[in-house]
Ligand binder design. Structure first.
Ligand SMILES: [Zn+2]
Length: 196
């Protein structure tokens, strides 16, 4: 998919196809916090809770990052009990939307169908559960809620964007899917996924 449909930011949670059983699973982005003092780096390198990684920003400056996967800990930062001075567990609490500025598509996948919980590098939109093909193009939605909005919007004759919670996402839908001829196909295939 090209252009503005590559929507940024993304929600903190997206629905993916489970890598193990292909059912609908939840992907949760990991959170990275900048390690400010070099002296703190060994703590995060040794920690079992955190992954340590050296990053490079767009200007070429390197920075040390401590990554926490809340999805591996029941979606909470409560597992973080000790930290160097100047940090709190809430530093790794998620923001609602993630700006994918560091090319950081890392997180974890959690599948209630087969019980899989593991780290996962997100490949979006290939991993999207709510994804359908129409005339060789891919139409996707982030999660069940946005997929419902997408289906209702495509089915809607009036298509008043203000009626929809996910209006900013809907604004980025390529026009090929909004053509009258696409309506039946798109609605039918989205319904199939929503009923899954
Ligand atoms: Zn599964």
């Amino acid at each position: 998919m090209t252009g503005t449909y590559d929507w940024n930011p993304m929600p903190h949670f997206v629905d993916v196809r489970c890598p193990s059983c292909s059912a609908r699973a939840t992907f949760e982005f990991a959170e990275v916090v900048k390690i400010r003092l070099k002296n703190d780096v060994p703590f995060f390198q040794k920690s079992k809770l955190f992954d340590y990684q050296l990053f490079q920003d767009s200007c070429g400056h390197r920075w040390h990052g401590a990554i926490f996967y809340a999805g591996l800990h029941a979606g909470s930062v409560a597992a973080i009990r000790s930290l160097p001075e100047g940090y709190t567990p809430e530093n790794w609490a998620h923001s609602r939307y993630l700006y994918r500025s560091h090319g950081l598509d890392i997180g974890s996948v959690n599948c209630s169908s087969c019980g899989l919980i593991q780290k996962h590098d997100l490949d979006w939109p290939s991993d999207a559960f709510f994804s359908i093909q129409y005339k060789g193009q891919e139409l996707w939605a982030f999660n069940q809620e946005s997929a419902k909005d997408l289906r209702d919007f495509i089915a809607d004759i009036a298509r008043d964007i203000d009626d929809y919670k996910w209006r900013h996402f809907l604004l980025h839908i390529p026009s090929i899917f909004k053509k009258r001829g696409a309506r039946e196909h798109v609605v039918k295939h989205l319904n199939r996924l929503l009923d899954y």
